[in-house]
Structure formats: C-alpha cells, structure tokens
Design a protein around this ligand. Structure first.
Ligand SMILES: C[S@@+](CC[C@H](N)C(=O)[O-])C[C@H]1O[C@@H](n2cnc3c(N)ncnc32)[C@H](O)[C@@H]1O
Length: 224
C-alpha cells in the first residue's frame, strides 16, 4: 500500500521542492500543461499584482473569517502574494497557503505559512479532515473542469464536519487561452449554474452564491 506523506499543519514544513519546468527550460511550452503556463504568467510582475489587488473584494475574506469559529484552521488554495493569509491570521485563525508560483510563494511567506505545491495535489499534502475552512479566491480559474471537480472532492475530504468552503471561478466568456498584458493564461468558464452543481455534487450544501463576471460559491460540509 502506498503511504501518503502529509504536511503537518502549523509547523514550518514544506513539501519536497518542486521541479518547476519553466525555470530551467527543460520543457518546451507545448509540453507544459495550461495550468503551469498560466501560473508562470504571474511571475512577470508579482509586485504589481500585489499592489493592484491589495484592497480588491476584501469583504469576501473578511466575511469568510467571520463565519468560522475562533482559531480555525484555514487552507488558502492558490494564495498568491498572501494578502488573505495575513487577514485570516489577524482575525485569529491559523492559515496555510498552497501556491505554485515561486515569486508569490516568496512574497506570501511574509504573511504566513506557505507550501510550494500544486493545488491539484492537496490530497497528498494533508490528512483528511484537517481544516475548518478552505478558501479558493480566483485560484481554480486555470484548472480544467475535470481537475476542478477532483479538487472539489479533495477539498470536501480535507474539511472537518461543518467546515466551510468558498471558491470563485470565471462565469463569462469562453473557455480557452487569453493573451493578457503580462502573459498568456488559460481560463475555464463555468456558465449558468454549472459550478454550483459541481460543488453540490461532491456533497457540499450551498449557502450563498454571488453572480457576476465571476461566480462565487459559499458552501458548507454536512456532518453529524
Ligand atoms: C488570480 S490569482 C489569485 C491569487 C489570490 N488567491 C488572490 O485572491 O489574490 C490565482 C492564483 O492561483 C495560483 N494557482 C493557480 N493554479 C494553481 C495550482 N494548480 N497550484 C497552485 N497554485 C495555483 C496562481 O499562481 C495565482 O497565485
């Protein structure tokens, strides 16, 4: 039987250093998957990203923090430069980020504990029922539908009973590549209620939905 190694929450463990293929030119861009190419684009100007999004939709993580019991354990998926890690810690919680972009990992470490890893592998990083809250602010946008559905399953299993989940994904436009000023990124679009349906399908109870260019889903795990 294969034994999984889990990161211990709350201690300074990091996962085995990842081989980031775009760093050493070992792979051509055609061989890389869309998620890796998209994640790499954030390295063009990570400081500008941090500045631009400093105050963006701050009410969302503030609300998430307030919904959780004191001293909750929160997993921040794709934590970027770490703004929300800091916000969760300031609200009295223990947060850990998972982030694949090395520039963001370096920046986010100033705000809390971060594991440099792919959010598609969270089931290998943490034991079941480790977290009270899982937060995915705009970080599933580059994953395919199949990858997101698997991640939703994994997130559900990592939450404790009654744990809370938040995610937002793109809701308008078409799935595919977008050439942005700082690089090329893949976006998967979830029209109508497709994302809500996917979140409920893994067993979450949907508590609230915000619709706009992004669809934001607030959900809760059941429990006895
Ligand atoms: C739009 S940014 C959002 C960052 C942050 N959550 C925020 O709200 O500012 C998407 C983030 O998700 C990260 N990300 C995307 N796919 C990832 C993956 N498969 N594994 C780890 N991080 C990922 C990106 O590197 C980037 O930091």
């Amino acid at each position: 039987m294969t034994k999984r190694r889990h990161a211990t929450f709350g201690f300074g463990n990091r996962s085995t250093p990842l081989h980031i293929p775009w760093e050493d030119g070992a792979m051509s861009s055609e061989q890389l998957d869309p998620v890796l190419i998209s994640v790499a684009a954030y390295s063009a100007d990570p400081i500008a990203y941090e500045r631009h999004y400093k105050g963006h939709l701050l009410d969302r993580p503030t609300r998430f923090a307030s919904l959780l019991p004191p001293e909750s354990r929160i997993l921040d998926l794709g934590c970027g430069p770490g703004r929300d890690l800091r916000l969760f810690a300031d609200a009295g919680h223990s947060a850990i980020g998972v982030e694949l972009n090395p520039s963001f990992v370096a920046m986010a470490t100033r705000h809390g504990q971060v594991i440099e890893a792919d959010i598609r592998n969270i089931r290998d990083l943490f034991a079941p029922q480790t977290f009270d809250g899982i937060w995915a602010q705009a970080s599933l946008v580059h994953l395919s539908r199949t990858e997101t559905k698997q991640l939703l399953k994994d997130a559900e299993s990592l939450l404790r009973p009654h744990g809370r989940f938040y995610a937002c994904v793109s809701a308008v436009g078409e799935t595919g590549w977008v050439n942005e000023s700082d690089g090329r990124r893949w976006y998967t679009v979830w029209p109508e209620d497709d994302f809500e349906v996917a979140v409920s399908a893994v067993g979450f109870e949907i508590e609230d939905v915000n619709r706009g260019p992004y669809i934001e889903v607030w959900a809760r795990k059941g429990g006895r």
